[in-house]
Ligand binder design. Structure first.
Ligand code: ADP
Length: 567
């Protein structure tokens, strides 16, 4: 019998990843993981190579959200692992599935000051659902399967796999490798998703039926569950208005007649029963407490995480997958249907408020203000995006004022087409998210609308856009700094460094559009409505990497955007 060929650990890791269905990886190569990236590519896994692990990590986290399968980040040891923590923590905080795989120093030299030495298992601890160190090549298949499975099960989040460099250099025969993979695959232990009882469903329906002012709220957990069809059925059969969270936007079109987004304060302030699907009652939803919510509101929380229900203590908690639960709920409602018609006082109140607020906003948006404020260019971008129709582009948004204004003005028509600073308010996610969106949804254009400060965190990744020729148009709202111009009181500008630029200021008129041209991409500098329209038309139809540098009045925005009370 011919002897089985020998394979190294890098190939075994790649084989295990490929078996789990992983087909993309994001990262930065170097000692000791370059071969791992190459082996993965040879097995059909696309490796997107970044300049910085932070952006690659943000990409992996967003990829997990968009595809529902863990995004994989590959980093080198020590500092590479530390840079990657940005993405890992972002994934866990957003409840998105992601796995970070880092090489680490040689086990025999640990504690002696080895190259890039770090106790990486300890470093990742606050940011992961679980972590594992493969101390020997034989542990690779089980370790890979368990991080991938844990990242996506229950409430999704970040997991970590540590592979010391000595392990990466170990070898075994192909026969041994296949046996290890088969054995590990057989013992994969996927956590079953709990199902709700008839009694719980009955209670939910009775609460909704008795409500006078019900509201359906949904968030990125509902998006992860791909529950859009079930939410649509629930909303349309019952006639209950809905409110998406920022990234829940698009599960139902923003233009839907029961969308309460433009009447948010009224909807949450006055509703008496709120069905909250895949959204935490955290800061984004004002903790579900007065003064924003009524003190008597009854919450029905639908969440895959039992801990979330225990934490919030709602009137009723339904633990499980949102799509499955809503399916059962809809089925039960069907037997004895009810519908709040358009003339119901609650629906009328919401609809009238929406109409008022929208027409006031449209009045503001209709003006062409030059030098640009935030509204004029946002309206032009909104119209250009709407003009693209379906498939709608994926919108990436960050920056205080740019994101705040964009959230109210830009229109989301399709599920999972909005990525923003999220639960953690993470700035710097822009280019990583763009790259993830482009590779996760190759049929869609990606449009980033971000402040110059947000863009700056990851601007070097415009080279990555050009290298992979990704259809991404990055629109930079350039107001010359974090929140724009220097707003300090002249009396406060004292001391030996008083002539330094303000901590909020960048170089005025920075030529961000030239950055991408350095690599062969297309850059535009625009300052008027016509210039912006023409740049959008050209770049949207080219579907090639582009940066549109939009000059904004440095004093148009507010310091800290809408969160001034926190600064
Ligand atoms: P948002 O920021 O949109 O308000 P959050 O990230 O705060 O949303 O909340 C998402 C919630 O969705 C989390 O509590 C998470 O446990 C939950 N979740 C994740 N996946 C599912 C799923 N498949 N079904 C139901 N809930 C889910």
């Amino acid at each position: 019998m011919a002897e089985s060929t020998s394979i190294d650990c890098n190939l075994l890791v790649a084989k295990a990843l490929a078996r789990t269905g992983i087909n993309h990886m994001f990262g930065v190569v170097g000692i000791p993981v370059t071969s791992l990236a190459n082996r993965s590519v040879s097995l059909g896994i696309r490796f997107i190579a970044f300049h910085n692990e932070q952006s690659a990590g943000y990409a992996a986290s967003a990829y997990g959200y968009l595809t529902g399968r863990p995004g994989i980040l590959l980093t080198v040891s020590g500092p590479g692992c530390v840079h990657g923590l940005a993405g890992l923590s972002n994934a866990t905080t957003n409840a998105w599935p992601m796995v970070m795989i880092s090489g680490s120093c040689d086990q025999h030299d640990f504690g002696r000051g080895d190259f890039q030495e770090l106790d990486q298992i300890a470093a990742v601890k606050p940011f992961v659902k679980m972590s594992v160190k493969a101390k020997h090549i034989s542990e690779i298949p089980t370790s890979v399967f368990s991080v991938v499975d844990h990242a996506g099960s229950g409430r999704p989040g970040g997991c970590y796999l540590d592979i010391p460099s000595d392990v990466l250099h170990q070898t075994l025969t192909e026969l041994e490798a296949d046996k290890l993979l088969d054995d590990a695959e057989r013992s994969r232990n996927l956590q079953p998703v709990r199902s709700v009882t008839n009694d719980e469903i009955g209670k939910a329906i009775s609460l909704i039926r008795k409500a006078e002012r019900p509201l359906i709220v949904f968030g990125k957990g509902a998006a992860l569950a791909r529950a859009e069809d079930e939410i649509k059925t629930l909303v349309e059969k019952t006639g209950i208005p809905f409110l998406p969270t920022p990234m829940g936007k698009g599960l139902l079109p923003d233009t839907h007649e029961l969308a309460a987004t433009a009447a948010r304060s009224l909807a949450i302030g006055k509703c008496d029963v709120a069905v909250v699907v895949g959204a935490r009652l955290n800061w984004l939803l004002h903790f579900g407490e007065p003064p924003k919510w009524s003190k008597d509101v009854k919450f029905i929380l639908i969440d895959i995480d039992e801990g979330e229900i225990e934490l919030r203590k709602p009137e009723l908690g339904l633990v499980g997958d949102a799509k499955k639960i809503l399916k059962v709920l809809n089925k039960e409602i069907k037997d004895d249907p009810f519908c709040f018609g358009q003339t119901h006082p609650w629906i009328e109140a919401i609809t009238n408020k929406v109409k008022d607020n929208v027409s006031r906003m449209e009045g503001q948006l209709a003006k062409d203000v030059v030098p640009f404020n935030f509204l004029t260019p946002m309206r032009i971008i909104r119209d250009a995006i709407i003009g693209l129709g379906s498939p709608a582009p994926i919108l990436v948004s960050e920056g205080a004022n740019t994101m705040d204004v964009g959230r109210s003005v830009l229109v989301q028509m399709e599920p999972r087409t909005r990525l923003d600073a999220g639960t953690w308010g993470t700035m710097g996610v822009g280019l990583g998210y763009c790259i993830a969106a482009a590779v996760a949804s190759p049929d869609r254009l990606v449009v980033a609308v971000e402040g110059d400060s947000g863009f700056g965190f990851s601007a070097m990744e415009v080279e990555t856009l050009v290298r992979y020729q990704l259809p991404v148009v990055v629109i930079v709202f350039n107001n010359g700094g974090v929140y724009g111009g220097d707003r300090r009181n002249p009396e406060d500008i004292t001391g030996p460094y008083k002539d330094d630029p303000a901590p909020t200021s960048f170089v005025p008129g920075a030529a961000y559009h030239l950055l991408i041209e350095a690599f062969g991409g297309k850059g535009y500098l625009v300052g008027t409505p016509d210039e912006l329209k023409s740049a959008l038309t050209e770049s949207f139809s080219a579907r090639k990497p582009a940066v549109i540098n939009v000059t904004i009045d440095p004093y148009a925005g507010a310091e800290s955007g809408r969160m001034q009370h926190k600064n």
